[in-house]
Design a protein around this ligand. Structure first.
Ligand code: M6R
Length: 613
């Protein structure tokens, strides 16, 4: 995810900003940049580079800013969302007159509209980003008062932002604002550091102020003034940081896996933000480059992916068939590439990959393209090979996933697949009313996940009691079948326990021979149409003395008669139950692995991105 650093004070601003950017490297990024104001200059200078911070440092040395620059500067690490990772798309972005430089985290949802209007007025854009509109809007609205221009500019923005802004007319001032994207202010002596994350601040001061949504901070070397967006002054508490840097990079969590599990409410909100219209019961996914006519002509969907992305794809199959009545096949990418699959003329392939670099998925994409099929990518990493070669599709906007075990990518993939299926469904049999029901369901997702995360302690207690078992089964039916497969994969990856996912009805066709006291079964039985049948399967497991851990819907007390332990998810529509259920499974796997002392973020033999066959 992108990172922001801004500095105003008595030291060399570039040194502090670059050192802060180094501290933000762990978040993942693909390009970086800084802005500073040479002494006596009317225009801000910007230096940017694709790649690592050391590439930026090299570029800074080459440009060698002369000593005597104002003691204010801003910097950014960019993790591409709108536009490929290039120097021009890297932040900071500058206004045409060179008076303003801005760095931005988040997504400006209405940027196309603003860009169109500003372009008509003669403003020249040099990047493909949504963020650049902020710099030009400031130039348009500026009448000599820096703060007033920022306040007016923010009124134009829809979406999420963490912003840090400098202005050459006011070299003794740095302004930042937040809505939906974190901004922290480090209060030093004779200096202020503004950042998206305390890890960029902690080297200089341990006194920080966490801004709230809607806050605007104006910092000078000696003062920090905070107002709400209506310009009313507010006071925010100053906290003392007590963590060390490594803990801070993990946001205070012990592992990236746990941090990423907890990031899911925000990640899912980013994945669906601005992509649905409630009143029309519709989704809007412009990156697909397909209009209603193109979508209506698709007569078969082929989903290709590997691992966790494959299980998300299986969930997608239920969406496409249930919502749109569109025949859908899910292919293990490795198999698809060699099987000489039969592809009809109006088929469409969805290639799902968090990294966008998985060799087998990429090969499936190339094979499908060779056969003349339209291919869409669902990727998290912008500018990745699959994203580039498909040329059309949907980004997850989940932020970088560092832990080898995929968590937030899965839940965002499921959310995006539901949006895609909704789009296809509305060109077919789905009514506006039914579409609205889907949109309303998807809007609940961040909150549902938040409520599951609140039960983490209970999940940990159950996990610790089961941590010494060496074999597990996960069972489910309907939407819960792919969720069972994903639960088993997560557990084996991080805890090294042998775990198998099965359709609940399949146990009795063989695997039931393995059941017994030493083999717990995780049964996915939330309130969905197949629940009664799954309860029957749970009884079969209990009869063979297997302990049964049920995942059920809050309020279902009767479930206790069918299991040994129970973990609850909040009440929700069937089609989105996968997400809260999988979050429970992620936490279960995490806490079991932790109790066993496993190296959770880097399990043995596994790589984050599998670029070999
Ligand atoms: O980057 P991709 O989504 O293409 O990766 C596919 C699999 O390698 C990946 O999901 C893998 O199964 C994860 N380690 C699961 O946690």
């Amino acid at each position: 995810m992108c990172g922001i650093v801004g500095y105003i004070g008595h030291r060399d601003p570039l040194e502090i900003v670059i050192s802060g950017l180094h501290r933000l490297e762990y978040r993942g990024y693909d390009s970086a940049g800084v802005a500073y104001l040479p002494d006596g200059a009317q225009q801000i200078e910007v230096i940017r580079a694709v790649g690592k911070i050391k590439d930026l440092e090299r570029a800074v040395q080459q440009k060698a800013p002369v000593p005597g620059i104002h003691h204010v500067g801003i910097g950014h690490t960019r993790w591409a969302t709108h536009g490929a990772p290039t120097e021009l798309n890297a932040h900071p972005h500058r206004s045409n007159n060179g008076k303003f430089a801005i760095v931005h985290n988040g997504i400006i949802e209405n940027y196309s509209e603003i860009k169109r209007r500003l372009t008509e007025k003669g403003y020249v854009f040099s990047s493909e980003t949504d963020s650049e509109v902020v710099a030009h809007l400031l130039e348009e609205l500026y009448e000599g008062d820096f703060r007033a221009a920022v306040v007016r500019m923010l009124e134009h923005l829809q979406g999420a932002y963490g912003l840090c802004i400098m202005c050459s007319d006011h070299p003794d001032m740095l302004i930042a604002a937040r809505k939906g994207s974190p901004i922290v202010v480090g209060v030093g002596s004779g200096e202020t550091i503004i950042a998206s994350d305390v890890s960029a601040i902690v080297n200089y001061t341990n006194r920080v102020i966490y801004l709230k949504d809607g806050d605007i901070v104006t910092a000078t070397t000696s003062e920090v003034d905070i107002t709400e967006c209506n310009s009313m002054p507010v006071s925010r508490e100053t906290s003392e940081i007590e963590w060390d840097v490594e803990q801070i990079e993990k946001g205070g969590f012990d592992h990236f896996m746990l941090k990423e599990i907890h990031e899911q409410p925000e990640a899912i909100a980013n994945a669906i933000r601005g992509r649905m219209i409630l009143e029309d019961g519709m989704s809007v996914l412009s990156g697909m480059q397909m209009d209603a006519f193109d979508m209506a002509r698709v007569d078969r969907m082929i989903i290709a992916a590997c691992g966790t992305s494959y299980y998300a794809g299986m969930t997608g199959q239920y969406f496409f068939e249930e919502f749109a009545g569109l025949p859908t096949g899910v292919e293990q990418a490795a198999e698809f590439r060699y099987r000489n699959p039969v592809i009809q003329r109006d088929s469409c392939m969805l290639a799902i990959s968090q990294s966008g670099e998985t060799a087998d998925t990429l090969a499936a994409v190339r094979e499908a393209k060779r056969k003349g099929t339209r291919v869409l990518g669902i990727c998290n990493v912008v500018g990745s090979t699959i994203a580039r070669e498909t040329g059309a599709g949907v980004y997850l906007h989940a932020g970088p996933e560092i832990s080898v075990a995929s968590t937030k990518a899965f839940t965002c993939q499921v959310a995006v697949l539901a949006l895609l299926a909704l789009g296809f469904a509305r060109t077919r049999r789905m009514s506006m009313e039914e579409g609205r029901h889907i949109v309303e369901g998807l809007q609940q997702l961040p909150d549902l996940v938040r409520r599951v995360l609140e039960t983490a302690e209970t999940i940990r207690e159950v996990a610790e009691r089961y941590a010494s078992y060496e074999n597990f089964f996960f069972i489910g039916r309907g939407y819960m079948y792919p969720a069972a497969l994903e639960g088993a994969l997560k557990l084996k990856e991080v805890s090294y326990i042998h775990a198998e996912g099965y359709h609940a009805a399949e146990l009795k066709h063989g695997p039931i021979a393995l059941l017994g006291e030493q083999v717990p079964v995780v049964a996915l039985a939330p309130d969905t149409p197949g629940k009664g049948k799954t309860q029957g399967n749970m009884q079969e497991c209990l009869a063979r003395k297997s302990p049964v851990i049920a995942l059920a819907t809050e309020g279902d007390e009767e479930i206790r008669t069918h299991c040994t332990d129970v973990l609850f998810i909040p009440k929700c529509p069937e089609f989105i139950a996968t997400v809260p259920v999988v979050v429970v499974e992620q936490l279960l796997a995490y806490y079991i692995a932790r109790a066993r002392g496993c190296p959770i973020d880097q399990p043995r033999n596994l790589a984050k991105s599998v670029t070999v066959e």
